[in-house]
Each structure stands twice: as C-alpha cells, then as structure tokens.
Design a protein around this ligand. Structure first.
Ligand SMILES: C[S@@+](CC[C@H](N)C(=O)[O-])C[C@H]1O[C@@H](n2cnc3c(N)ncnc32)[C@H](O)[C@@H]1O
Ligand code: SF4
Length: 349
C-alpha cells in the first residue's frame, strides 16, 4: 500500500506533510525579500526579470528597498507571519542576508517563519552555521546540477534546527530524471521537495520556445509541466518512504497568494473612507470640492485632498471619478500599533 495523495483543485497536490514555509504562503502571510539579483549560476529557464537578475537590487514584495526599515514596514503592512528570502542567490550577499534574518527574528520573534532559496553554490559549513544562528527556519536548494547534492548532504550534516528541502521547476520531458532525484533525496533524509509549475517570463520565454517547449495559451506556464508534476506526485505515493512531494501550480502563486497579500495590506492600511476591492486594490471617489462634498468630508465620509475631496466610493456622487490604487506602505515608518501610541502622546502633549 502506498502513501496518501491529496489533490485540491488547482491549488496543490501533495504526498506527506505540507512544508512549514508553504503554509504561510498559502495564507499570503509572508513577505518576499529579494536580497540581491546577483547570482553566479546561469539557468536558461531562470524567471527573474532582466532588470533584477545579475544586478545588486533589493526589493520587498516587488517594491524597492532603501533601508531595512522598508522591509519592517512591509511586515507590518501585510501583518506578515514570516518571510521568504530569494534572489538571485541570497548567499552571494551572505552578510546582508544574515543581517536581515537576524533583525526579522529579533523584532518579530522566534515564530516569525523564515525560509531561503539558493542553488547552494556558496553554502559552505560556515555559511550554513551563520544562517542557522541568525534564526533561519528552512532552506530550499534548487538542484541545478549533481554538485548541489553535496551541498544538501553538508546541510543535513551541519544544520540542527533548519528544515532542509528542495525546490525545482518541472520540465515535461524530465519526468524520469526527476523521479530518480526524488528517490535519492528521500534516501538522504531531505524533508520535502516542491515541484514548481514551469513558468515562462520575459527573461526565459525565447529560450524555452527555442528549446521546443510550448506555452499554454493565455497563461505564463509551460504546456505539460502541471501534468508531469501530478504524475510525479502520484508516483511518489508508491515509491517514496518519508519525503513530502508537493506540487505548487503557478496560477496559485499569482492569482491567489499575491491577491491575498494585497488584500491583507489594503485592509490594514486603507483609510476609513476607502474601500478594498476583491483584487486587493484600494478604491476611493475623487470629487470637486463642492459644499456638499466638503460637508460629507467633515462628517467623516472623506478627506480633503489637493483641490479635490476624497470620499467613500459607496456615495455615488454625480461627476465623481473612481480612483483605484495599489495599497501603499505605511507612510510613517512606524508599525500600526505604535502609530496609535504616537498619536495619543501627541494629543496628550
Ligand atoms: C528564481 S529562484 C531564485 C533563488 C535561487 N537562485 C534559486 O535558484 O533557488 C527561486 C525558485 O524558483 C524556481 N524556479 C526557477 N526557474 C523557474 C521557472 N521557470 N518556473 C518556476 N519556478 C522556477 C527555483 O526552483 C527556485 O526554487
Ligand atoms: S540559480 Fe536561481 S537566480 Fe540564479 S539563474 Fe538559476 S534560477 Fe535564476
């Protein structure tokens, strides 16, 4: 008898327990810290955009980062329960990566879950130990060649409190190769492998097409990747002992996870006269400063802007323009909880 396969619509397919890092992503409650675009590997299918890949840029949830505070603000803005650290290769800038992990753990506590992606090129025992003592919870190796297996063995040997997993994109013509890899990882004691639906992007589209891969019309995903991944998960239920094998569809990442993150941010940062739409955008009415509009603003249904008045979109005033915007970061750099305290102390003064 095999292990149980759990398939939930187009959300996931899994054998074994859901990796901890993924539980938070499924709830849209992790920030994504892009530590650097620098990377010393050259995967032909790399999805990172040309403006970021091989450039030393820092982003949090796709927004530019000028200081560490921007990362902390984003945690408060979405009410994050954890962070995914990615790049490029975060280990090319290991001091920066360790610093970010340390400060996140110091401020948000031990339960704030942090996972990190790497090919493992620079995962020496000293680097692995530094990541562990900074508080890293989970490391995900991208197996881009057999040499990565040695890095994984080292991580399994050196790390005590860090979960060691693997994450790879699934190529429809590499099913047997992937099964052999999973067998090996299972024997080594790797905790999980995430199978990503292979995504085409601006960076890799041309090469993928030149190599004969086809794109599913109207989507950014490679034809056959999903079917291959599900076949591998089914196979794993009969041919593995302990490792979790988990398929993460690209559509879920884009449609659900990002949208939930936007909604979380919008709900926490929208003003009382703004409305949060189902796609996570913040909606407000912009009107001429008529007497009626000024009166409504005074009554708490809005706020005066520059030559305009901003009002709640449910008011349906004639001539009003509906504005939609992405939820902004917190403007003050202070967490919501502390903003309340600051306002109260101003009043008291
Ligand atoms: C873009 S990489 C960046 C971090 C690190 N350099 C690495 O390769 O793990 C992050 C994750 O994306 C996955 N990935 C790479 N190319 C992909 C693609 N075309 N479609 C879906 N996932 C992909 C990798 O397996 C990795 O787990
Ligand atoms: S190792 Fe990661 S960032 Fe570097 S080229 Fe490969 S997929 Fe892209």
């Amino acid at each position: 008898m095999g292990r149980t396969v759990d398939i939930v619509g187009d959300v996931y397919a899994i054998v074994g327990n859901m990796p901890w890092g993924c539980r938070f992503c499924l709830r849209g409650s992790k920030i994504v810290v892009f530590v650097t675009g620098l990377c010393d590997d050259k995967c032909f299918y790399c999805p990172v955009s040309p403006e970021k890949l091989y450039h030393d840029v820092i982003r949090v949830d796709e927004e530019p980062v000028q200081s560490l505070e921007d990362i902390l603000d984003e945690v408060y803005a979405i009410g994050a329960e954890g962070a995914g650290i990615t790049g490029g290769d975060p280990l090319v800038k290991v001091d920066r990566t360790v610093g970010i992990i340390k400060i996140l753990k110091e401020i948000f506590g031990d339960d704030f879950h942090i996972h990190l992606y790497t090919s493992g090129r620079y995962a020496s025992s000293a680097v692995l130990r530094a990541l562990e003592s900074a508080g890293l919870d989970e490391i995900r190796f991208h197996v881009i060649g057999d040499w990565v297996l040695q890095r994984i063995r080292l991580a399994l040997e050196v790390l005590r409190d860090v979960d060691v997993g693997v994450e790879i994109p699934i190529f429809p013509d590499r099913i047997e190769e992937t099964k052999r890899l999973i067998k090996k990882l299972d024997e080594m004691g790797v905790s999980f492998i995430n199978l990503n639906e292979l995504e085409a992007s601006e960076n890799n589209m041309r090469v993928l097409l030149m190599r004969g891969y086809k794109i599913v019309p109207g989507t950014p995903v490679v034809k056959g990747s999903r079917e291959a991944a599900i076949e591998i998960v089914q196979w794993a239920s009969k041919n593995t002992k302990k490792i979790t094998v988990h398929f993460c569809p690209a559509g879920y990442k884009d449609r659900v996870q990002m949208r939930i993150r936007l909604i979380r941010k919008a709900l926490r940062t929208a003003k009382p006269y703004e409305k949060v739409a189902a796609d996570g955008m913040v909606v407000v009415l912009e009107v001429e400063p008529t007497d009626q509009a000024k009166q409504l603003a005074r009554e708490g249904y809005g706020e005066p802007g520059d030559n305009r008045i901003l009002l709640h979109p449910d008011l349906h005033l004639p001539g009003a323009q509906v504005r939609r915007r992405y939820p902004a970061r917190l403007a003050t750099g202070l967490p919501l909880e502390l903003q309340g305290i600051a306002e109260n102390s101003d009043n008291a003064a």
